[in-house]
Design a protein around this ligand. Sequence first.
Ligand SMILES: *Cc1c(COP(=O)(O)O)cnc(C)c1O
Length: 298
Amino acid sequence: MDLSLEIFSPVHQIKSQLFDERGIMVFLKRDDLIHPIISGNKWRKLKYILKRAQAVNKTHLVTFGGAYSNHLLATAAAAAKFGFKATGIVRGEEVSNDTLFLCRLHGMNLVFTDRESYRDKPALFNKHFSTDDTAFFIDEGGSSAEGAKGCSELIDELTETYDDIFCACGTGTTAAGIINGLRQHQLNTRFNAVPVFKNGGFIRDEIDKFLTGDAGYQLHTDYHFGGYGKTDERLIQFIKKFVAETGILIEPVYTGKMLYAIYDLAAKNYFSPGSKVLAIHSGGIWGLLGMKDKFDRD
Ligand SMILES: *Cc1c(COP(=O)(O)O)cnc(C)c1O
């Protein structure tokens, strides 16, 4: 089967009085529009992983994630679309939520596992699938050199050059891919990574693992809002305003934090006047469904 998805990811300008005042232009690359479920960077990361699975005749994708993992859901939908069987090994005790409902609806088999065993993914894979020679291991979040390669193609699609590019970081694979893409195209765009975890400095090691050459980049570690999946009133208000003013849906786990960083840095004169800034909307808007209560306060 041909493992391809036609990439639809236009670039839209985001207008705001703040950006006008600072003399900068901010654009959003709409990777969220690539696919309704296999959204954003998750398709880019899976593309070469699935090709390798196919090349070695593996038909059963086995991967890992938390109960709200966008990667689990993307893998479930990609498996359904391209004719693979899929198992998701889920961290923690059995629960049900919107993400897992959608995973199951796409035919993914779910195995819940305690947090201790979850740490050793190769051991879990061997425990459950040592006798299944169709099984193919995909790391949590699609973290891999192939994942980074897929993400580097985002840069191939650009028809303009930018002074700055921003993306949110979980495993850092997407950031590494984009940095590699910038280097391959010999662009001297400044790359900005926004880790969504507390103490996100460690992400530098994760990003550097997948770099194919030397490259500098900026890490903005102050926009985690308390940690992974955490929010506060400022972030929720920012997201409400952004969605209502632009008609572009964003969520608080990744893209919301990254865009908040851009507005905050613009207010602090981080960008030179005349700068063109590109933010990557990495998708994942189904995650909003698990956070409805955070928006219900007023
Ligand atoms: C998974 C995810 C990320 C993080 O990507 P990494 O390659 O793991 O750094 C960013 N944004 C969204 C919406 C995601 O689902």
